[in-house]
Design a binder for this molecule. Structure first.
Ligand code: ADP
Ligand code: MG
Ligand code: MG
Length: 251
């Protein structure tokens, strides 16, 4: 059975319909890539799966681990094991990253650690991600560069070990080194946690080292094509036009 099963999902924001009947199944341990032109609704789908209250589900359902989570608030979904990395990561002035991470871990029974174990684990992950441990004591996100914010996301991912990670353009605006960090972070997540992934990206370089199981193309709030990893190369070479043309004909 799928870990995530999105059925005929429609959603809107500010009374504006964005998603139109999305179907998506994600099996445990699989890696899905979601591509599509700007404004297609990719980020919206991620936020709706996470339960962002800015969006209203107007039809269909979201199942996770056999339960209907369509009406659950964000924190419950997070506890259930859904993780969403944001295009614009949070800044929380006054809260050091280290305390923030400790607080999240303490809320999760399966992640219970002593202070010493926690310190060791976080330090180990920071090293694995090539992250300056000085960031751990800095205020969360404040004054972090794009690359540093992404490292924090990867740190969170590896620490929290969610069952489903939705990574929304985690690669945008990164230099080659930071891209490598993110790519290794995602790989480590797959290997160490065995979790499932939905990677939303325009940057196919990040996918080179990942074993992609399925690729989906979203246009105008619907998934219009699904294929295997070969679809990524096809889109790289040809863009989205053929899908946009087909979607416009349908409409
Ligand atoms: P993508 O991630 O594929 O670029 P988005 O999901 O960000 O697309 O946006 C899809 C459409 O929905 C866009 O037209 C965008 O302006 C609109 N939209 C997204 N979020 C909101 C929101 N919170 N309020 C109003 N409109 C939104
Ligand atoms: Mg966008
Ligand atoms: Mg987006």
């Amino acid at each position: 059975t799928p870990l995530l099963s999105v059925r005929d999902l429609s959603a809107s924001a500010d009374d504006k319909p964005i998603l139109h009947g999305v179907d998506l199944d994600v099996d445990p341990g699989t890696c899905h890539v979601l591509m599509g032109p700007n404004g297609a609704g990719k980020s919206t789908l991620g936020h709706v799966i996470m339960g962002d209250p800015a969006y209203t589900v107007t039809g269909g359902s979201i199942g996770f681990d056999g339960e209907d989570v369509t009406g659950l608030p964000v924190d419950k979904r997070s506890l259930a094991g859904i993780f969403l990395s944001f295009q614009a990561p949070v800044e929380i002035p006054g809260v050091p990253l280290y305390s923030f991470l400790r607080t999240i871990c303490q809320k999760r029974p399966e992640l219970k650690m002593t202070a010493r174990q926690f310190r060791r684990r976080v330090t180990e992950l920071a090293e694995q991600l090539d992250m300056d441990t000085a960031y751990l004591t800095r205020e969360l996100g404040v004054g972090f560069s794009g690359g540093e914010k992404k490292k924090v996301e990867m740190l969170q991912l590896l620490l929290l070990q969610p069952r489903l990670a939705i990574l929304d353009e985690t690669d945008s605006g990164l230099d080659v080194d930071a891209l490598g960090v993110v790519s290794r972070g995602i790989q480590a997540y797959r290997e160490q946690c065995g979790g499932s992934l939905i990677v939303i990206t325009h940057n196919t370089r990040i996918l080179e080292r990942l074993d992609v199981d399925e690729t989906h193309v979203m246009v105008d709030g619907s998934i219009v094509a699904t294929g295997d990893a070969a679809l990524i190369a096809h889109i790289d070479a040809n863009g989205f036009e053929e899908y946009e043309v087909a979607a416009a004909k349908e409409a």
